[in-house]
Design a protein around this ligand. Structure first.
Ligand code: UTP
Length: 288
């Protein structure tokens, strides 16, 4: 049973500079909650009991966000602001959050390697700290945990992207003809040139992996962008274990991308009872 998840959140967030100089990308607000809280909630709703957040030295604000703020709680209680007290008390209830620092930002593969001792011998989930999903019927990582329970081996969560965008992603090479949502893979390639992209099936920030991955991450050399890539280690692991792709059902927002980020704010805003009508009016007015 998969109970542990890793959320890498130690990257520089260069696409969102200068704000990410002082504010971690993962704390960019979707109105009044940070992106990473939605990702933590996805893990909780999927039955994860323990999360390891991979952070870096300038990301302490993430740790503070998930901690209690007793001073603020006392003030809110003294003013009888019980609703606000409940809002801050209930953040990330029902899960244990652990932290480790990635001391150098050598890439996603290197970030995941920091989780080796925490994971031990069980399969585990990975949710990237800047990829948000609104799952169709089930949360994205729950869909993948169910897929793992069918095949009992590594599963990469995939989305279909335009060929022109394949250079931004890890791209899957199916073994045979693609039928259904679960597909056995014969390869994966990180950020291929558009003309070399083997398919449109892109890894979308969700993984269920066995601990075998750590053996390959330990001696993984640098790849695309001169970074230690998780995708490259997964490719080498395919000599030993099967790897499947699973087409995630739902809407994905890459919050590290500015337009996706704004879309997330609009979509979530339109779900919020206290602002949805006014926001809809504003959208109508602006789109005239
Ligand atoms: P990204 O490449 O999307 O994040 O990595 P980034 O490097 O922070 O952002 P840009 O591209 O410069 O704008 C995917 C995930 O892996 C984490 C990031 O925090 C993000 O959640 N990551 C990346 C690490 O934890 N450590 C790394 O060394 C690199």
């Amino acid at each position: 049973m998969i109970k542990k998840a890793v959320i890498p959140a130690a990257g520089y967030g260069t696409r969102f500079l200068p704000i990410t100089k002082a504010l971690p990308k993962e704390l960019l607000p979707i109105i009044d909650h940070p992106t990473i809280e939605y990702i933590v909630n996805e893990a909780i709703e999927s039955g994860i009991t323990d999360i390891l957040l991979i952070v870096s030295s300038n990301k302490n604000a993430i740790i503070d966000y998930f901690d209690y703020n007793l001073e603020l709680e006392t003030i809110l209680l003294s003013k009888n602001k019980l609703e606000e007290y409940g809002i801050i008390r209930n953040i990330a209830q029902g899960v244990n959050i652990h932290y480790i620092r990635q001391r150098e930002q050598l890439g996603l593969g290197h970030a995941v390697l920091q989780a080796e001792a925490f994971i031990g011998n069980d399969p585990f989930a990975i949710l990237l700290g800047d990829d948000m999903y609104v799952g169709k019927d089930k949360p994205a990582i729950r869909q993948m945990m169910d897929a793992y329970n069918e095949v009992h081996t590594n599963v990469l969560g995939t989305i279909e992207v335009d060929y022109k965008d394949t250079y931004k992603y890890g791209i899957c090479i199916p073994k045979g003809k693609k039928e259904g949502k679960l597909t056995e893979l014969k390869g994966v390639v990180e950020k291929p040139k558009v003309e070399d992209a083997p398919s449109r099936s892109a890894i979308g920030g969700r993984y269920v992996l066995t601990p075998t991955i750590f053996k390959y991450l330990k001696n993984q050399t640098r790849g695309a962008g001169n970074e230690i890539q998780l995708t490259d280690a997964i490719l080498r692991m395919m000599d030993e274990e099967k790897v499947y792709s699973y087409d995630i059902e739902g809407k994905r927002y890459d919050v590290g991308n500015k337009v996706d980020y704004i879309e997330a704010i609009l979509d979530f805003g339109l779900q919020k009872p206290e602002i949805k009508e006014e926001l809809q009016k504003l959208i109508n007015k602006k789109s005239k």
